[in-house]
Structures are given as structure tokens and as C-alpha cells.
Write a protein that binds this ligand. Structure first.
Ligand code: AMP
Length: 286
């Protein structure tokens, strides 16, 4: 979690390379839909440009489809989701269903005025997608990022205009930071990362926070995958045992039913016909 411009996407990349798991960014998925010109992409474009949020039902469905892909079976880094309490609740249900609980929730914190400066100063090359900042790292040969290559135009994203940036930050504070961080603070998973200053220092703080939060060094991807595999095997063994116990009970019940039936049959064969009393027998002879 983090405000637009807090650098959560950049830091997510470090988690991806350390743990070998996919980066699931809802913003990226929506931008791809826009490029493909799908109905969702067209609808999302207007919402994103105004600084609003795409509706919860659409986002929840999108994340469900993504997390059910095979490459997410060993874990994933979520970026930009959940953004509302409804999304956080739906995510909790989905993760319980696929038995893949959250390890941590990272909240990247940056001062608002810094964010406005970072975002409104951001420029992106239309062609190679390289990111610049007019304040800190401007393109060397504006308005292009490669000299004399007109297709490498460096532009400002529509949602990075100062007006939209401020709208996005207000929306983030009201709909995401306060309610969603409140939601997760009860789970004990929440870790706050000071995301101001040098990017490498932020990366270091993130890994330190993760290791400290769990009380041990963050497990590398291999170890984690092995643990997941062991848990799956344990679960499968338990399930087989349950099935065997059930079958054994059924067989035992059947057997005891059959034994009872046999005993009842034997009893009925052995039982002599009751003789009539002597007086009655004499009477009938007469
Ligand atoms: P991002 O790249 O994460 O900053 O997302 C860009 C924009 O996509 C946001 O400002 C929203 O309009 C939209 N968006 C991304 N993720 C979500 C989400 N989980 N819920 C609603 N809207 C989203």
C-alpha cells in the first residue's frame, strides 16, 4: 500500500526478484486493458484520468482471475490492491479459499507535498516507457529521450497533472490509507516503511522491516516454496487418512449389521414351535 508516487511499484520489483514471485499491479492491468482498447480499458481510462477508483466488483473479479493463474501458486506481490475495505474483505475471502494467506502488508509513507512534486514532475517516454522527473532526473535531450528519435517523445501522463494528482491523493487518504490500514492494523501484518529519500535506502528499510516484523530473516523463495509443498503434502495425507477412517467406519457398520442379521436368522431357525398346552391337545384329539 502507498499513495500514488510513493514508489511502491519500484519496491515491488525488488520483492519480485528476491522471492521469484509475480508482481500483480492492478494499475498495470488496467493500463494494458486501455492499450488493448477493451470495454474495461475504455471505461477505466476516464476514471483513472479523473483520479477516481474503478468499481470494487470489477477490481475483485480482476484480482481473482489473476491470482488463480498458475504463476501465482507460490505467492505474489500485490501492488495497488486492495484500495478499499470492500476489496480487502474480498481479498481475505479469496486468499482463505486458495489457502494462500498474506505474509505482510507494507505501507509506504511519503509526505504529501513531496508526492505532489514527484508525480507532477514525472515524465514518461511514450516509446520505451522510461520514467524521468523534471526536478530530479530530466531527460537529457528533451522533448525526446533519444536524440533525434521523434517516436521517443517524453510526455506527462494525463493522471500526473497537478490537479489530478491532488485529487488522487485525497481519494487515497480517504478511501485507502485510513480505512484499509485500519483494517489491516488488527491483523498484526501491517508494517510501515518510511519511503522518503534515496530509493536504495528505502529498499533496505523495506527488507529490514519485513525481517524484523516476522522475527526472522525473510525466507528466500526456494525455502518458502519447499514449505508450501510440505504443507500441501501434510494436507493431502490428512485428507487420505480422513477418507480411510470414513471407509473403515462404513465397513465396520456394514459388518455389524450383517452379523446381527445372521444371529437373528439363526435364532429364528433354532426356535421350536411352541406346543399347545396339554389340555388343548387333548381337546383337539377328542
Ligand atoms: P496505480 O498505477 O496503482 O497508481 O493505479 C492507477 C489508477 O488505476 C488508480 O488511480 C485507479 O484509478 C485505478 N486503480 C488501480 N488499482 C485500483 C483498485 N484496486 N481499485 C480501484 N481503482 C484502481
Amino acid at each position: 500500500m502507498g499513495a500514488p508516487g510513493s514508489g511502491k511499484g519500484t519496491q515491488a520489483q525488488h520483492l519480485v526478484s528476491r522471492y521469484g514471485i509475480p508482481h500483480v499491479s492492478t494499475g498495470d492491468i488496467l493500463r494494458k486493458e486501455q492499450q488493448l482498447g477493451t470495454a474495461l480499458g475504455l471505461r477505466a481510462k476516464q476514471i483513472m484520468e479523473s483520479g477516481g477508483y474503478v468499481d470494487d466488483a470489477t477490481m475483485i473479479e480482476m484480482i481473482r482471475n489473476r491470482l488463480l493463474q498458475p504463476d501465482a501458486a507460490n505467492g505474489f506481490v500485490l501492488d495497488g490492491f486492495p484500495r478499499t475495505v470492500a476489496q480487502a474483505e474480498a481479498l481475505a475471502k479469496l486468499l482463505a479459499e486458495i489457502e494462500s494467506p498474506l505474509d505482510a502488508v507494507l505501507l509506504f509513507e511519503v509526505n504529501t507535498e513531496q508526492l505532489v512534486k514527484r508525480l507532477s514532475g514525472r515524465r514518461v517516454c511514450e516509446f520505451c516507457k522510461k520514467v524521468f522527473n523534471v526536478h530530479t532526473s530530466p531527460p537529457s535531450v528533451p522533448p525526446e529521450c533519444v536524440d533525434g528519435r521523434a517516436e521517443h517523445q517524453v510526455i506527462q501522463r494525463a493522471d500526473d497533472s497537478e490537479e489530478t494528482v491532488r485529487a488522487r491523493l485525497v481519494k487515497y487518504e480517504e478511501a485507502t490509507r485510513r480505512p484499509v490500514s485500519g483494517f489491516y492494523s488488527y491483523t498484526g501484518l501491517m508494517r510501515t516503511v518510511d519511503a522518503e529519500g534515496d530509493i536504495n535506502a528505502v529498499t533496505q528499510r523495506m527488507f529490514d522491516t519485513l525481517a524484523a516484523g516476522s522475527g526472522k530473516k525473510a525466507a528466500p523463495a526456494k525455502k518458502k516454496r519447499a514449505a508450501v509443498r510440505r504443507a500441501k503434502v501434510r494436507k493431502a495425507v490428512k485428507k487420505v487418512r480422513r477418507v480411510i477412517r470414513k471407509l473403515a467406519k462404513k465397513v465396520a457398520a456394514k459388518r455389524s449389521g450383517a452379523v446381527k442379521a445372521r444371529k437373528a436368522k439363526r435364532k429364528s431357525v433354532r426356535k421350536p414351535a411352541r406346543r399347545a398346552p396339554a389340555r388343548a391337545r387333548r381337546k383337539s384329539k377328542r
